[in-house]
Design a protein around this ligand. Sequence first.
Ligand code: NCD
Length: 306
Amino acid sequence: MPRNIIDVTDLTVEEIDQLISTAEDILANPAKYQDACAHKQLATLFFEPSTRTRLSFESAMLALGGSVLGFSEASSSSTSKGETVGDTVHTVSCYADIIAMRHPKEGAPFAAAQFSEVPIINAGDGGHNHPTQTLTDLLTIHREKGRLDGFTIGFCGDLKFGRTVHSLVNALSRYENVKFVLISPAELKLPRYVKEEALKKRGISYKQTESLEAVMPDLDILYMTRVQRERFFNEEDYLRLKDSYILTPEKLETAKADLSILHPLPRVNEISVAVDKDPRAAYWKQVKNGKFIRMALILKLLDIHV
Ligand code: NCD
């Protein structure tokens, strides 16, 4: 059975720490890795839109000396002829050595993995999980703060449909002394199953609030998110909730001097462009980190040691 990464808990904490240290070594010594995946192929199967995740996977494989194939729209694959995801993945696993797959249906990468002969990486499944964004977030936090424990992190925005939030809460709940502050409108609270599995089961307390202003001074990390329009059942609710939080330089006046502001991107309105100049903004560094942690993950799943 190939090793798949469907959920962030498919990796132990020790393995995550190892991936972070490999990514940091790649950042410091990129030339050492440039031929590590020569003659290996990565397939990116994206049944849902993406900019950063797909291109960082492809850029990662190319920087390792491998090559890439795949599609970025379901309409250009045989899915549009009625082929099942299982058959599509079975086919691609005959050509590629590793597959990154994004799909609008929760659980699709898990189901598809049963038909694959090569490792499958979940690159986002509906409103469920996004483990490689979490690895990107963890690398960014590690590079900003020098550690992955002992801080207060606020998650702000669409905590209901935001899959990156679900995976990151799950990952950070396994580190020591992380305090969680959940900031959202009542309709977009973190789902009960995430609270149960990640927080309550591990005896971790958390704070829920609708007010970003009220908790801003407490935060070491602020994780902003976009309201996930494509997951809403009606447009009116989206329009009512979309601008619930807009981070501006004024709102940051009460924040800590060493706050780190993260966002998986794309942003719509929730962080004003004026914040980009603030030294506490880490989201463009996060974009860059995404490539290097994916390089580390590809090496691990292909069992290549440099
Ligand atoms: C996120 C996603 O696709 O879930 N984007 C990403 O992968 N960087 C966040 C989002 O779409 O809001």
